[in-house]
Design a binder for this molecule. Structure first.
Ligand code: AGP
Length: 612
């Protein structure tokens, strides 16, 4: 996610803005910038790279003055570059905007503004805001009014701070879905994406809610809503977090923070990409190859680790709902075997959070060597794999700090469902079926929230099982790959031996391991293979094996045979893994933390495996 800092007070703004950006570096970013009013005009500097690069620029070209805004950019639209860095301004350099979020309808707004004579200087969605606000200022609006009018035209998510030459001692801030807070100091106000950029100066913090707009003049502020100028009396909270806690949003670890971010992650992955009425997915990143995709007769999904398990779930989706023969290859194998690929009818789709995994990148190059269409589902904008593939879909999951992948795995499944929708509707899938998938997808965020609300039950189960040294994770169909994910989640952060597998394989060997010291986690939702899974559970129980079941809420029968049950809401079979993975993540997290292990930085692991 991008980082925002705004300052207004009696001190020099730029050192405080720079300190704030440094506190926000943990969020991940690719460029940085700042704009400061120096008493007569607003000057701005921005640069691709680290905050240190901006600091170096400032050393040679100081921005002096008591009012300013600053930003670290996590690219969503437009490659990381100097010109795409924030702040963004209008053609005449009157308005300066920093933004965290996604403006879904920016293309429409941009076309209209260009027709009216606006000249754009970046590829970003954010820049449309600067031109819109400048346009309304020209009609005589105040900065507050111009911002409100502009935001009523915007669809998407935003946290913004705006300043203008015409009202230089005023900052206007607003939010919808992206966090924004105001630190209230004795003689200064600091606006920031999260408390870590504020706590050095004050612990008195106001949290803006969706559709709220703050106008800050001098050291006075008023808060109203987008739709009404009625002043809202906001509570000033005393935030006692230390800096480390602030970076984690009050959670003990980034991994837990990212698990709890998942409802918003799914919303961001879906944002602007679903048309429910005719059951279609709109994936801008595939537009250039959409016609070629109609003639694809086979897909090969390639990835490593957790991403490969997402790919395996995608295989079931694409075959069952898009009717495309699909196979999954582990990247480190694909690149050395002799894959038979037809450039006319094959496509290779790779999944990678980092976009830098060496084996996956090598697989892309191998596929390109064979003239095959290469697609990517990647989280890091502008990463090597994103640039090497012919087309692709960004996760829009924001930076994932915890080494163990959680929210990006959930985003990968969400995006795979969108790709399935797009390809399926190009083929035999009806608008009715498409609409059903679209509606089910839109319900997922609130269903994940329901599961997170019962995380206490998972904590109790983790406490009960933290002493065991061996686990099976078993599932069928869509939840067989999920069982593999459950196993890797546990072993990579708790170092406990865990094996994932297909429930149907139990009697072909693994069942020999079962006894009261070898518990099994069954993913057994109420789906097309429910009865088969129940039989497997009974086989394990008959050998004194303990069973933890992830089951569909309302299934009372499962509680009669399993030792522990964690319930998840009902959804389409193809989407069940997005819900069922949440208890598995929490189970692994709470066992590892109860064992006192470093959950965010597990031993021997790296966040991105850029070597073979
Ligand atoms: C996930 O929990 C692991 N850290 C690991 O398996 C990871 O998924 C794998 O290394 C692939 O990384 P990528 O998605 O960045 O390519």
């Amino acid at each position: 996610m991008c980082g925002i800092v705004g300052y207004i007070g009696k001190k020099q703004a730029s050192p405080i803005l720079l300190d704030g950006l440094k506190r926000l570096e943990y969020r991940g970013y690719d460029s940085a910038g700042m704009a400061v009013w120096n008493g007569s005009q607003i000057d701005a500097l921005k640069v691709k790279g680290r905050v240190a690069a901006l600091e170096k620029l400032l050393a040679g070209h100081p921005l002096e003055g008591p009012v300013g805004i600053a930003h670290t950019r996590w690219a969503t639209h437009g490659e990381p570059s100097d010109r795409n860095a924030h702040p963004h301004s209008d053609s005449e350099g009157n308005v300066f905007v920093v933004h965290n979020g996604i403006i879904e309808n920016y293309k429409t707004l941009k076309q209209q503004l260009e027709k009216e004579g606006s000249v754009f200087s970046s590829d970003t969605d954010t820049e449309v805001l600067a031109h819109l606000i400048a346009k309304f200022l020209k009609t005589g609006s105040t900065l507050e009014r111009a911002v409100k009018k502009s935001l009523t035209l915007v669809k998407g998510a935003y946290a913004i701070v705006v300043m203008a030459q015409s009202e230089p001692e005023t900052l206007v801030a607003a939010r919808l879905s992206s966090p924004l807070r105001i630190g209230v100091g004795a003689d200064q106000l600091i606006i920031a994406s999260d408390p870590s950029a504020i706590l050095n100066y004050t612990s008195q913090i106001i949290t803006l809610e969706d559709n709220e707009v703050a106008v800050i003049k001098g050291v006075e502020y008023t808060i109203s809503s987008l739709k009404s100028d009625t002043v809202i009396d906001k509570e000033v909270e005393q935030i006692e977090w230390d800096l480390a806690e602030a970076e984690k949003g009050g959670f003990d670890h980034f991994m837990l923070k990212e698990i709890f971010e998942q409802p918003e992650t799914v919303r961001n992955s879906l944002r602007g990409r679903i048309i429910v009425e005719d059951g279609r997915a709109v994936l801008g990143g595939l537009a250039s190859v959409e016609e070629r995709l109609r003639s694809i007769e086979r897909l090969t999904l390639v990835a490593c680790g957790t991403a490969s398990y997402a790919a395996m779930i995608g295989e079931y989706m694409l075959e069952e709902y898009a009717g495309i023969p699909t196979e999954v290859a582990i990247a480190s194998e694909f690149r050395y075997r002799k894959p038979i690929l037809n450039p006319k009818t094959d496509a290779v789709l790779v999944l990678s959070q980092s976009g830098e995994t060496a084996d996956t990148l090598a697989a892309v190059k191998e596929a390109k060597e064979k003239g095959v269409l290469t697609l990517g589902i990647v989280n890091v904008i502008g990463s090597t794999i994103a640039r090497e593939t012919d087309a692709g879909v960004y996760n829009h999951a924001g930076p994932e700090i915890g080494v163990a992948s959680t929210k990006v795995f959930v985003s990968q499944l969400t995006v795979l469902a969108l790709v399935t929708l797009l390809l399926g509707r190009q083929r035999q899938m009806s608008s009715v079926m498409g609409g059903r998938i679209a509606e089910a997808l839109l319900k997922i965020p609130e269903q994940v929230e329901v599961i997170l609300a019962q995380s206490g039950a998972v904590v109790a189960i983790a406490d009960q099982y933290k002493g065991f040294q061996d686990f099976f994770f078993l599932g069928r169909k869509y939840n067989f790959p999920l069982a593999l994910e459950g196993a890797i989640k546990l072993k990579e952060i708790s170092y406990i031996h865990a094996e994932g597998g297909a429930s149907g394989e139990l009697k072909h060997g693994p069942i020999a391991m079962i006894d009261e010291d070898f518990p099994t986690v069954f993913i057994v939702p109420n789906d097309s293979v429910y009865e088969k899974n129940v039989s497997n559970i009974e086989e394990v129980k008959a050998r004194k094996g303990r069973v933890i079941a992830i089951a569909t809420e309302g299934d009372a029968d499962i509680a009669k045979i399993a030792d522990n049950v964690i319930y998840i809401p009902k959804t389409l079979e193809m989407l069940t893994p997005i819900l069922a993975v949440v208890p598995l993540q929490l189970f692994a997290y709470h066992i590892a933390t109860k064992l006192g292990l470093d959950v965010d930085r597990p031993r021997n692991l790296a966040k991105s495996v850029t070597v073979e």
